[in-house]
Write a protein that binds this ligand. Structure first.
Ligand SMILES: Cc1cc2nc3c(=O)[nH]c(=O)nc-3n(C[C@H](O)[C@H](O)[C@H](O)COP(=O)(O)OP(=O)(O)OC[C@H]3O[C@@H](n4cnc5c(N)ncnc54)[C@H](O)[C@@H]3O)c2cc1C
Length: 477
């Protein structure tokens, strides 16, 4: 019998597991995929939002500024990266100036600090590549970019190290409500628990409906992106947003934590929440819109396109409630869900405590994590370091300068590894210009050696994405 089962290992489930791991509780984190952070928490815009945009009457408005502060505290504790780039929301037409006023006033109500209204010239002084058509901008300094999957994985790694059990490849298909417990049924297993947390992202309405009356419907909304090579990274240093529409915050141009440029996303309601394809039509629209803000963008620098699926819903806010006794919904977590994740987890745990969950702290809980990034070791110290740790002397990913030591450390940090992309998300190998074309086979060999999984069974990413079929030559003869 578990005390708490969390369904969904995106940033919301992992933040909840991380925070619950400080208490003397038996916690199980379940996900249908073969890694944590394979839903929206992997494919999004990666911004820790300033908080100028959400309606102050919503939970999104109430949590944004507090959430951003908590994220930045966690950056140090979890040894992840954050770049405080600030945000410029630009006006391209007279009407947009009214929208900027609205954002400014909302920002004040939401507690955003340091905002300033700029005219077009002042905005271009900050970002010389902004369009001449920009007539004004709202400057929001307290915002920046993070690596969303690194954030999610880091919390999962600490949670597992501190006693949370993680079960992957476990799709929840039904939940049975009994007098003193829930029986959570997956395709291959069943687990008993006193409390359930629903953090299932685009499927959170389906999980909710297994135990409670329907209360909201998810409208999966796809957003597509361009990722431009680091050689374009000097184009802008600040997150550039146009004024938002009803469905999206608009097509932005943003620096990334790895010094690339990200452009997107559009917003398209789709019927299949698994459809993360990209389309020429949407990408052409994105490129056209983005050039209105930053005309010199050169899309020949594109190294990757991808899309993420938002858990937008007809509820129009985060759905955070005890929906039936001892069942907590952390559902319909759309943007700014990444920014708000630590607060959503904290508020959720308070609701569980009100339902009777006993929160007794462990004496020796450690919520921190430290990792080695070889390229950050000062040059003068590298030779000594390699002498003691020779595996850090072998570069595997040449685009990103990732060593064998970092890959081995990532594989050994406690979460199961089944794919090249799982290593990419942890160590950064394959993130560069060649997108893993050169280092992929070597990473595959290291995974096979470290985990004992046959190279034939090592995947590119999700279940079924096999890379190798068989030997091309039978060398054993
Ligand atoms: C295009 C886009 C841009 C965004 N940009 C930003 C931004 O810049 N800043 C910001 O703050 N927020 C942003 N967001 C929002 C943010 O990414 C999400 O709010 C956040 O990632 C939601 O996390 P989650 O854990 O609820 O969902 P997810 O990350 O989707 O996790 C849900 C998990 O549940 C699992 N699951 C689902 N069903 C089952 C089942 N039946 N059994 C077991 N497991 C199941 C899934 O496999 C998945 O791992 C953006 C979102 C998108 C899509």
């Amino acid at each position: 019998m578990f005390d708490v089962i969390i369904i969904g290992a995106g940033i919301i489930g992992c933040a909840t597991a991380y925070q619950l791991s400080q208490f003397k509780l038996k916690v199980l984190l379940l996900d249908k995929e073969n890694d944590v952070s394979l839903g929206a928490s992997c494919a999004n815009t990666a911004i820790i939002h300033g908080g100028y945009d959400p309606d102050p009457a919503t939970l999104m408005g109430k949590y944004n500024v507090k959430g951003a502060k908590r994220c930045i505290e966690l950056v140090d504790a979890l040894d992840i990266k954050f770049k405080k780039s600030g945000t410029l929301i630009i006006a391209l037409a007279e009407n947009d100036l009214k929208t900027l006023d609205k954002y400014y006033n909302r920002g004040l109500l939401n507690g955003v600090e340091g905002m300033a209204m700029l005219d077009g010239e002042e905005a271009r002084k900050r970002e010389p590549n902004l369009s001449e058509a920009v007539i004004g901008a709202l400057w929001v300094p307290e915002s920046g970019v993070i690596n969303p999957w690194e954030f999610t994985i880091a919390m999962a790694e600490v949670a597992v190290r501190e006693g949370v059990k993680l079960e992957l490849n476990q799709k929840v298909v039904d939940i049975e409500k009994n007098t003193d417990h829930y029986l959570v049924k997956t395709e291959t297993n069943q687990f008993r628990t006193k409390y359930v947390v629903n953090a299932a992202g685009v499927y959170s309405d389906k999980i909710h409906n297994m135990v409670a009356e329907p209360a909201f419907t998810i409208k999966p909304t796809r957003g597509q992106y361009f990722l431009l090579d680091r050689s374009a990274g000097e184009t802008i240093k600040t997150i550039i947003f146009p004024c938002a529409t009803e469905f999206t915050k608009g097509i932005l141009v943003s620096p990334t934590i790895h010094d690339n440029i990200l452009v997107g996303p559009d917003a398209e309601v789709i019927s299949d929440p698994e459809d993360t394809s990209t389309t020429g039509e949407a990408l052409a629209f994105i490129a056209k819109q983005a050039r209105k803000s930053v005309p010199c963008l050169d899309f020949r620098n594109n190294i990757r396109n991808y899309s993420g699926i938002r858990a937008n819903s007809d509820y129009n806010d985060f759905f955070i409630k005890i929906s039936t006794p001892k069942f907590l919904d952390l559902a319909a977590i759309k943007s700014p869900g990444l920014t708000c994740a630590p607060i959503i987890a904290e508020e959720g745990i308070k609701l569980l405590a009100e339902e009777g969950l006993e929160l007794n702290k462990k004496a020796n809980w450690d919520g921190t994590r430290k990792i080695i990034r070889f390229k950050e070791i000062p040059k003068a110290e590298r030779a000594d370091f390699i002498e003691k740790n020779p595996e850090y002397g072998r570069i595997i990913c040449r685009c990103e300068h990732i060593t064998e030591g970092e890959i081995i450390a990532a594989i050994r940090r406690g979460l199961p590894i089944f794919s090249l992309d799982a290593v990419k998300r942890r160590a950064g190998s394959g993130l560069g210009r060649c997108q893993g074309g050169f280092c992929g086979p070597r990473v595959q060999e290291i995974i096979a050696r470290e985990t004992g999984i046959s190279p034939l069974d090592i995947l590119l990413n999700k279940t079924g994405s096999y890379i190798l079929v068989d030997r091309t030559k039978n060398t054993e003869k």
